[in-house]
Design a protein around this ligand. Structure first.
Ligand SMILES: Cc1ncc(COP(=O)(O)O)c(C=O)c1O
Length: 381
C-alpha cells in the first residue's frame, strides 16, 4: 500500500447519505438553542423569528430549481415527498383519470407508492429501461392514454447514477396534459434542474443527499396543481403537510441548497476528476461500468467484477464503506432490480458494487481505494 494512506475507513457510500457540510451545521446550530420558537406561533417574536428563517430556507431550496418560494413545502425527506406527490397527485385527479406511469428502476418508495395505487384500483404502467438505464421516450408517449393523470420518472438513479432526459419527458407530459413528477433525491443540487424549462409539476427533494441534515426534505408543487394531503392536522405547509416544522432542519436544507447551487459546477468538475482517477487506477480487466457512460452523475460508479461475489468483496474491503446497491434494498438483502432491469444476469448482479463519492472525498482516498480494490479483487478471483 502507498505511503500516504488516508484515514480509514474511507466513506464511499454518498448515494446512501452524505456527511453534513460544516457550513450547514453552523447555520443550523442557533435554531437548536436560542431560536427555539414554533414557526407556526403567529402571535409573538419567537415564532416570527423561526418562521422568517424557515421562509429564507424555502427560498434557497426554490432557487435551485427555478421555483417560486411558495411552491416549496417542507417534508421529512424524499420518501414522504414521493408519497405525497404520487398518491396525493393521483388522488386529486382520480375522479377523471385513473392511469399512472412510472419506471421499473425507481426508488423503492416510489414503486411502493404505485403499488398502493394499484391496490386502490388505479392502473399502473411500469416502463422498462434500456441497457444504459434510460427510458425510451416513444414508449412513454405510447403508454399515455386519455385516462393517464400522472407520470413519475426519477432525475438520477440512486444505484447507477444515470440521468434521465427530464426536459424531453416534461415536453411529452405537457403535450398530453399529464402531471410530471420527478424524484430528484439524487439530482437536486447536483445537476441543473429548472421546473419551468423542463415542465416539471412536482419535485421531491432530500436534505441528506446534498450535505444537509437527515429527516428533512421538500416537495415542489407547481402553482395550481392539486395534491390531496395524506394526513390531517393543523394545516401547516398550505394544508398539504400538517405538523410543526423543525426550523433547524429547514435552515439546514436551505443552507445546503444554497451551497449546492453555488458550487454545483465546482463539485461536478471535482467529482469527474475523482471518477476518472478511480477507473484508471483500478488495474483489472474483468470490470464493467453499469449504466450510461454519457448520461450520468460523476459521483457514482456501479461496477461489476466478473466472477467475484460482491458480498464477499464488500466484507473483504473493510477499509472502505461501499454497498452492493441502494441502502434500503441492501438492508433487506435483496438483489438489485435496477441492475436486472438494465440486463445484467443474476451472476453479474451478484458481482456488482456501488461506489459513491462526493465533496469531502479526497484524491488520496480515491488513489488508495483504486489500489485496494485492485489487490482485493485479484486475491478473490
Ligand atoms: C432516488 C431516491 N429517492 C428517494 C430516497 C429516499 O430519500 P429520504 O431518505 O430523504 O427519504 C432516496 C434515498 O435513499 C433516493 O436515493
Amino acid at each position: 500500500m502507498t505511503a500516504n494512506t488516508p484515514k480509514l475507513p474511507i466513506y464511499l457510500d454518498y448515494q446512501a447519505t452524505t456527511p453534513l457540510d460544516s457550513r450547514v451545521l453552523d447555520k443550523m446550530m442557533p435554531f437548536f438553542t436560542e431560536h427555539f420558537g414554533n414557526p407556526h406561533s403567529a402571535e409573538h417574536r419567537f415564532g416570527w423569528q423561526t418562521e422568517a428563517a424557515v421562509n429564507v430556507a424555502r427560498g434557497q431550496a426554490a432557487n435551485v430549481i427555478g421555483a417560486d418560494d411558495d411552491e416549496i413545502i417542507f417534508t421529512s425527506g424524499a420518501t414522504e415527498s414521493n408519497n405525497i406527490a404520487i398518491k396525493g397527485g393521483a388522488f386529486a385527479l382520480a375522479g377523471k383519470k385513473k392511469h399512472v406511469i412510472t419506471v421499473k428502476t425507481e426508488h423503492e418508495c416510489v414503486l411502493a407508492s404505485f403499488n398502493s395505487l394499484e391496490r386502490l384500483g388505479f392502473t399502473v404502467t411500469y416502463l422498462d429501461v434500456d441497457n444504459e438505464g434510460l427510458i425510451h421516450l416513444s414508449e412513454l408517449e405510447n403508454a399515455i392514454t386519455e385516462n393517464t393523470s400522472l407520470v413519475s420518472v426519477m432525475a438520477v438513479n440512486n444505484e447507477i447514477g444515470v440521468i434521465q432526459d427530464l426536459k424531453a419527458i416534461g415536453d411529452i407530459c405537457k403535450k398530453h396534459e399529464v402531471l410530471f413528477h420527478t424524484d430528484a433525491a439524487q439530482g437536486f443540487g447536483k445537476i441543473p434542474l429548472d421546473v419551468n424549462e423542463m415542465n416539471i409539476d412536482l419535485v421531491s427533494i432530500s436534505g441528506h443527499k446534498i450535505y444537509g441534515p437527515k429527516g428533512i426534505g421538500a416537495l415542489y408543487i407547481r402553482k395550481g396543481v392539486q395534491v390531496i394531503p395524506l394526513f390531517d392536522g393543523g394545516g401547516q405547509e398550505q394544508g398539504i403537510r400538517s405538523g410543526t416544522l423543525a426550523p433547524a432542519l429547514c435552515v439546514g436544507l436551505g443552507a445546503a441548497s444554497q451551497i449546492a447551487k453555488e458550487e454545483m459546477e465546482k463539485d461536478a468538475d471535482y467529482l469527474a476528476i475523482l471518477s476518472k482517477s478511480l477507473l484508471e487506477n483500478i488495474k483489472l480487466n474483468n470490470i464493467r461500468l453499469n449504466g450510461s457512460v454519457d448520461h450520468r452523475i460523476p459521483g457514482n460508479l456501479n461496477l461489476t467484477f466478473e466472477g467475484v461475489k460482491s458480498d464477499l468483496l464488500i466484507a473483504e474491503l473493510k477499509n472502505i464503506a461501499i454497498s452492493s446497491g441502494s441502502a434500503c434494498s441492501s438492508a433487506k438483502q435483496k438483489s438489485s432490480y435496477v441492475l436486472e432491469a438494465i440486463g445484467l444476469s443474476k451472476e453479474e448482479v451478484d458481482a456488482s458494487i456501488r461506489i459513491g463519492f462526493g465533496r469531502m472525498t479526497t484524491e488520496a482516498e480515491i488513489e488508495y481505494t483504486a489500489e485496494y480494490i485492485t489487490e482485493t479483487v485479484r486475491k478473490l478471483s
